[in-house]
Ligand binder design. Structure first.
Ligand code: KIV
Length: 308
């Protein structure tokens, strides 16, 4: 009797979660996949109630919520806390944890151990890794452990220095062909989907057509199988320079500033709190309290006089 190698069992989705196989079916139906980043439980809840299919706990958190000026400093511990918060808030969307710089570069073992932490300790459904090349073996190793992996090509912010800054990738025929080859290699390594960031639209279109797995674009035109944007960019919460591909759907940053200024004015002008914001107590209890507090104040003053 021959023993066939077992395919690793994928992580079991929580009840109510979108089955990961649905994403390939959405691609086949040409139904656009909606992904958005989120970094906390309210964000997870809101993205879920807005109907997102995928939530990415991006290492963009380093810049959007942790105050760094690049994604590189994000640590495993920080990303675990944020991912845990998001999975507490989101029920239906699949939650993808972004593996931070340093968590998968050293070895397959290290990468797989860290991916397992995202699933076991933070409830992630999948992880995302940037790049191809040495990342391909990491992908195979993590997928081999039963954890779905999303790839990420094009502008990969963790290696922005090597890429010459935050700029579009694949703009020469040679670079576009290299992207296509890397995309195919990531699919062959077992990725269930692929983010394409800051890539010319025709290149992203061709890659999307040639892959079986869904592509999720950010700055990659309208022909990828899905789109992703960063929470703070969509909502107008990020104060730094935003990329050309960002569409802002709200100006929550300005709304927050206006609300905080109004609160500060109210406090300074003693308009807040008002009667409806305070707690009452029964009259008779108040009277007893006032008498006793007055008496103890009197005793304290007499004690002070004696000491002087
Ligand atoms: O970290 C992130 O938010 C990302 C998206 C921009 C794809 O990687």
């Amino acid at each position: 009797m021959s023993i066939r190698p077992q395919k690793p069992a994928p992580a079991t989705p929580a009840p109510g979660r979108l089955p990961i196989t649905e994403l390939a079916e959405m691609k086949a139906r040409r139904q656009p996949i909606v992904m958005v980043t989120a970094y906390d439980a309210p964000g997870g809840r809101l993205a879920d109630s807005a109907g997102a299919d995928l939530i990415l706990v991006g290492d963009s958190a380093a810049m959007t919520v942790l105050g760094y000026d690049s994604t590189v400093p994000a640590t495993m511990e920080e990303m675990l806390i944020l991912t845990r918060a998001v999975t507490r808030g989101a029920s239906r969307p699949l939650v993808v944890a972004d593996m931070p710089f340093g968590s998968f570069q050293v070895s397959d073992e290290d990468a797989t151990r860290n991916a397992i932490r995202f699933v076991k300790e933070a409830g992630a459904d999948a992880v995302k890794l940037e790049g191809a090349g040495p990342t391909l073996d990491r992908v195979k190793s993590i997928v081999g452990a039963g954890i779905p992996v999303m790839g990420h090509l094009g502008l990969t912010p963790q290696s922005a220095t090597k890429l010459g800054g935050f700029k579009a990738q694949g703009r020469s025929a040679e670079a576009a062909l290299a992207l296509l080859a890397d995309a195919r290699a990531l699919e062959a390594a077992g990725c269930f989907s692929l983010v394409l960031e800051a890539v010319p639209a025709p290149v992203a279109k061709r890659i999307s057509e040639q892959l079986q797995i869904p592509t999720i674009g950010i700055g990659a035109g309208a022909d990828t199988d899905g789109q992703v944007l960063v929470w703070h960019d969509i909502l107008g919460l990020y104060e730094g320079r935003v990329a050309r591909f960002v569409k802002r759907y709200a100006d929550i940053g300005q709304d927050i500033r206006t609300a905080l200024e109004a609160y500060a004015d109210d406090v300074r002008e003693r308009r807040f709190p008002e009667e409806q914001h305070t707690y009452a107590m029964p009259e008779e209890e108040l009277a007893v309290f006032e008498r006793a507090a007055g008496a103890s104040e009197h005793e304290r003053e007499q004690g002070n006089d004696r000491r002087n």
